[in-house]
Write a protein of this length. Structure first.
Length: 223
């Protein structure tokens, strides 16, 4: 037997697997968490629809939205972790012409949580370019593929969108968090708490807490 064969086989194995997978990062290695999404993640004041906050829409206070709740949970375990949240709703509807240069300031987090889906046309999502935008955003933010990736499904009923997000996460080996079943309980929404129906369809404080708990369940081992 050729003595070089085992060496070649090992080399090929490492080439195929790459370095240590990001989702296997050691406990305590995550020092920066970036959470990107739409109005559920953050929305500035919109008095015309009765929204005065500058945090996750429909939460009663900033500390009640899922981003702040998640940061609080993380800081119970490691107070040094930097947690940032931002609204990048354009990824959902600027299909084919999104300016990915907007993402330059978000590069190289240790953990990237993507929470999108509500503003996607669920009927045309399969060929509308959303997943392409989604993937390109992730690659732009983490070109070295070092971050732990968390794909969070839509809170609203978007069966086709959620199916594509789940398939995408499975294909990439990213963590996936389901949210749409939370809508089965109306108390998870802010219906009746705001005059604007659209605002009311966003998660209530309870709904935000449930989203946080779903995500925390997946990422807790890293902290």
């Amino acid at each position: 037997m050729n003595k070089l064969l085992p060496v070649i086989m090992i080399s090929l194995l490492f080439a195929a697997c790459g370095s240590k997978p990001a989702h296997r990062k050691a406990k305590g290695a995550v020092k920066s968490v970036l959470i990107l999404g739409n109005s559920i993640t953050k929305h500035g004041p919109a008095p015309d629809i009765g929204w005065q906050g500058n945090w996750g829409m429909a939460a009663s206070t900033a500390d009640s939205d899922f981003v702040h709740q998640l940061a609080s949970e993380i800081h119970k375990h490691d107070g040094s972790v930097i947690v940032k949240g931002a609204n990048l709703v354009g990824l959902e509807w600027q299909l084919g012409d999104y300016n990915f240069g907007k993402l330059d300031s978000f590069k190289a987090p240790d953990m990237l949580i993507m929470r999108f889906g509500e503003n996607v046309n669920d009927t045309t999502v399969a060929d509308g370019g959303f997943i392409g935008n989604y993937d390109r955003a992730i690659q732009h933010i983490d070109p070295e593929d070092q971050a732990i990736k968390v794909v969070v499904g839509s809170f609203w009923a978007r069966p086709n969108t959620n199916k594509l997000l789940k398939e995408y996460a499975d294909k990439k080996g990213y963590l996936f968090v389901r949210n749409d079943d939370l809508l089965d309980d109306a108390s998870n929404t802010a219906r009746g708490l705001f005059p604007d129906k659209g605002v009311g369809e966003h998660p209530s404080d309870r709904g935000m807490r449930m989203i946080k708990e779903r995500i925390w369940e997946k990422i807790a081992p890293f902290f």
